[in-house]
Ligand binder design. Structure first.
Ligand code: UDP
Length: 236
């Protein structure tokens, strides 16, 4: 399958049409942004790692009963996916306090929750992706009630599967962001990516950050952190 016309260029990926109207190719870049695009940079090798890692996670999740957009890895940076219309919600699951949760509620990072939390942001760059609840999402007609329920169910299932998986490679899954899409036949599937760009990973022993927070917070060792987590996954 070959890339035809580019349909979209996002912060970290490009999307292309293919000769099949129901399939797109996503191509992962090394570009990194944070704080709604205010901070920009390059993380060398990130595109390759995020592509490969995301595909491995999508395949694991499919096996565990979560439908995804994944079809086939085409190359280091390119993957064939189902064409979907993205539900304009960022779905965030948290197991441990960090990032905007810690800031918003004035608590330290690293508090382990008894139960995972879920929250939604309205995917809208102009508005800065504001936090919304499922009633607001329904009012804004971003998805139906049934779709929102299904998204919640899938999101918690993804958490269970990934939490368990990452512990086997000595990594705590702190929080992550998911996006869902709707296929041509109206099915809700997990879309976008699962990578150190979209998840917080802490080393299980040292709590060292192995994710994009190293870039966001200028902690150094950004490329090494991406390589470390990817190495643990591929050497498993
Ligand atoms: N996240 C993301 N994209 C966003 C916002 C958040 O992938 O636009 C991920 C982020 O990497 C983290 C989780 O979602 O794993 C929770 O992020 P948080 O709400 O704490 O926001 P942040 O502190 O990153 O601004």
């Amino acid at each position: 399958m070959e890339k035809l016309e580019q349909v979209y260029e996002g912060k970290a990926k490009k999307v292309y049409k293919t000769s099949d109207k129901d399939l797109y190719i996503v191509s992962y870049k090394d570009d990194a942004t944070a704080f709604n695009g205010l901070k920009k940079g390059t993380i060398v090798g990130k595109g390759v790692i995020n592509n490969r890692m995301s595909n491995m996670m999508m395949q694991l999740l499919e096996k565990k009963g979560v439908p995804t957009h994944y079809v086939q890895e085409l190359s280091e940076r390119d993957t064939l996916v189902k064409k979907v219309s993205i539900v304009p919600l960022e779905v965030i699951i948290r197991n441990v306090s960090a990032g905007s949760f810690a800031k918003r509620y004035g608590v330290e990072e690293g508090i382990v929750f008894d139960e995972p939390t879920i929250e939604f942001s309205y995917k809208n760059d102009a508005l800065g992706d504001p936090l919304i609840n499922s009633y607001h999402a329904l009012a804004l007609k971003l998805a139906t009630k049934e779709e929102i329920e299904l998204i919640k169910t899938y999101a918690f299932k993804v958490n269970e599967v990934l939490k368990e998986y990452f512990l086997t490679i000595g990594v705590k899954l702190i929080d992550f962001k998911l996006e869902f899409g709707k296929t041509a036949d109206g099915k809700i599937v997990l879309a976008d990516e699962i990578s150190p760009d979209t998840c917080r990973f802490w080393d299980a022993k040292t709590n060292e950050k192995l994710d994009k927070d190293r870039f966001r917070r200028d902690l150094g060792g950004v490329e090494d952190a991406y390589r470390e987590i990817f190495g643990r996954i591929t050497n498993k």
